[in-house]
Structure formats: structure tokens, C-alpha cells
Design a protein around this ligand. Structure first.
Ligand code: XIL
Length: 346
């Protein structure tokens, strides 16, 4: 039986020292190791993703680097409340649709980010005074946005950053609706897109601490009472040389509750200009986080909060700090890229 799948390969016949050798050209198969972040992670059953924004899609190196290296997309700003429902019950999805199409055309997973958050909230929402009215507005927002993207989103960050340390953040939702607003959001989300996995997402929850424990207790309570929740996102906006020693243990304790865990917004910042020592330490830190995810069966994705240091949110939010991602200002691969790829088995 012929191996017809190989029949298209061009054959070159070379005479070398009187010996005729047949060499198959142009068929080099990878010898085993995947050569991009996305393919290496896929070989381990994980999605390696990045936050992307329409603001830079016209820069070829930005889109090419993203398209080549990543297999998942989170819109950096385009699905937030102030972008999707700037006036009450008037929805606009243009920039978000652009990103969704970009991802879909390339077979990428999409993370919806985010439905209920105190920040980048349309101003009219904060002016609502009655809890019943705000609850109705929140439910409508969840319904309309999730319905628009129904069937396209693998994971949704339903509620973002609702804790302030061990306590509930004093957001307009907390003030007007009260403690039940989070579970109300998850119930509305389940009804709006039953196929999407529904996540709670927060920062400074990357080790076992008072804040992550408060969230752990909430997720445990939701599970016991049947409030729909499928996943917890750990933003992992980290500082060089400060990866919590119990990072993996923290992921695992959440996974043990019966939820997926996702690393959703990873970056590792340092003072700029970056020193060689810090860039090497960052590479080690990225390796530690990737290894932790791979060691937890329910850790299904790793997302970096951007592609290149050039456009990272870090320098404008934390003045004097930056260099937090895997590609530098010129899209060159950093030591952290190499350590991440190798930790993924690439
Ligand atoms: C950031 C974006 O990267 C910036 O472009 C924007 O100006 C502010 O928001 N936690 C989150 C993200 O959940 O949505 C934030 O993204 C970073 C912190």
C-alpha cells in the first residue's frame, strides 16, 4: 500500500560520490518540540492567550506576533461596560466584534472581559440610586452583551475585582444591591449563554492570602448552594521576584472546589529601564507560573496582558515600571519568552 499522503513531496536525486541518494525536500517535520507559545501550550492541553486591543491592529508587527504566537484572545477594553453600553440600553459592539472576528478567523479561543466591574463603567450606571433599578440594569447588560456573543465565548469574566482585601469592595453594585449582586450576576449569565464558562476574576489573589481566601469561601459557598460558577481567574499582575511561593497550592485549592482556574492577565513588572538581572529573574518567574499551571489539571489557560512591552498598561498605571511582557518594545523575544516556551515543553 502506498503512502499517498507523501506523494506530493518533491524528490531530488543527488549523485554523491557515486551513490545515488533520494532526499525528500520541504517536508521537515518538527522533531517533537512545538515552536510557538500557542502550539507548545496546546500540546499540553492549555490555551496560551494574550489581551489584544483594536487600538494597535494596524501595526503589522503587533498582529503578526499575536497571530503567530498565541491561540487565544481577551479584548483588552472593548467588551467593558463603558465600551458596550455607554447609554442605557444602547449597545455598541463594533470594536469587540472586530476582535472576535480576528480570533475566530484564526481558530482562537476567546475570553469575554468583563460584564460587572466598578471600573470603566458607563457613568450613567453609577447615577442609579435604587437597588432594584441597578439590578435590572445589571441583568439587562449581562443579557444583551452575552446574547450578542452567544456561542463564541469560551470563558466569561462575569464579575471582576469585587473584593478589596478580605471584604467586599464598596462599589456601586455593593452599595445599591448588596451582597447578593455577585450571585445575581452569575445567575443572569448562565441564563444568557448556557454554554459559556462563567468566571470570577481578581488581582492580588495569586497566593494564599486574606483576599484569595475570602474569594475561595465565596466560591465554596456558591458551589454548595448551586449558584452557577465554573472558573476563577487569577489576574497575576506580578512584580519581579515576588511570585508567591504558594502560587500552585493556591490554584490547586480552588481547582479542588470543582472550578477551572485560569491565569488571566499575567505580566511581571520591574523598574525601568530594566536591568539584566531583573530580566533574568523575570524569566525565572514566568517559568515558575507556567509550571504551576501545568501542574494543576484544571488550570486550562494562561493569558498575558498584552503582547509587547511597547503597549503594556503597566507604565501608565505604575509609573517607573514596565518591561512586564514576553516581547520587548521592538517585538524581540525576551529571556522570559524563552523560559516560558521551554516551560511549556516547546
Ligand atoms: C486595563 C487596560 O489594559 C488598560 O488599557 C485600561 O486603560 C485600563 O484597564 N485589571 C483588569 C483589566 O481586569 O481590565 C485592566 O485592563 C487591568 C487590570
Amino acid at each position: 500500500m502506498t503512502n499517498h499522503r507523501h506523494a506530493r513531496r518533491p524528490i531530488a536525486i543527488l549523485a554523491v560520490s557515486g551513490v545515488v541518494a533520494a532526499i525528500v525536500i520541504g517536508t521537515a517535520q518538527p522533531s517533537g518540540a512545538a515552536s510557538t507559545l500557542g502550539s507548545a501550550a496546546a500540546a499540553r492541553g492549555r490555551v496560551f492567550a494574550a489581551a489584544l486591543t483594536t487600538a494597535h491592529l494596524n501595526e503589522a508587527q503587533y498582529t503578526n506576533t499575536f497571530d503567530t504566537e498565541y491561540r487565544g484572545l481577551t479584548p483588552e477594553n472593548e467588551m467593558k461596560w463603558d465600551a458596550t453600553e455607554r447609554s442605557r440600553n444602547v449597545f455598541s459592539f463594533g470594536p469587540a466584534d472586530t476582535l472576535v472576528s480576528h480570533a475566530q478567523a484564526r481558530g482562537m479561543a476567546i475570553r469575554g472581559h468583563t460584564l460587572v466591574w466598578h471600573s470603566q463603567l458607563a457613568p450613567w450606571v453609577s447615577r442609579i440610586t435604587a437597588g432594584s433599578d441597578l439590578l435590572a440594569a445589571m441583568r439587562n447588560h449581562i443579557n444583551q452583551v452575552m446574547a450578542h456573543f452567544r456561542g463564541k465565548i469560551q470563558y466569561w469574566d462575569v464579575v471582576n475585582e469585587a473584593f478589596d482585601g478580605a471584604n467586599r469592595r464598596n462599589s456601586v453594585f455593593q452599595q445599591r444591591i448588596g451582597n447578593t449582586y455577585i450571585e445575581e450576576a452569575f445567575r443572569a449569565a448562565r441564563a444568557a449563554d448556557p454554554a459559556a464558562k462563567l468566571c470570577y476574576n481578581d488581582f492580588s489573589t495569586d497566593g494564599v492570602n486574606a483576599k484569595s481566601t475570602a474569594i475561595f469561601n465565596m466560591v465554596q459557598d456558591f458551589k454548595r448552594r448551586g449558584v452557577p460558577i465554573d472558573c476563577v481567574g487569577f489576574q497575576s499582575h506580578l512584580i519581579v521576584n515576588q511570585v508567591p511561593g504558594d502560587y500552585q497550592a493556591n490554584l490547586q485549592r480552588f481547582a479542588n472546589l470543582g472550578v477551572d482556574v485560569n491565569i488571566t492577565e499575567m505580566d511581571i513588572r520591574m523598574p525601568t529601564p530594566a536591568s539584566a538581572a531583573n530580566l533574568q529573574a523575570q524569566a525565572n518567574n514566568y517559568r515558575t507560573v507556567v509550571a504551576a499551571c501545568l501542574a494543576v489539571a484544571r488550570c486550562t489557560s494562561i493569558t498575558t496582558w498584552g503582547v509587547t512591552d511597547k503597549f503594556s498598561w503597566v507604565p501608565s498605571t505604575f509609573p517607573g515600571q514596565g518591561a512586564a511582557l514576553l516581547f520587548d518594545n521592538n517585538y524581540a523575544r525576551k529571556a522570559a519568552y524563552t523560559s516560558t516556551l521551554s516551560a511549556l515543553g516547546g
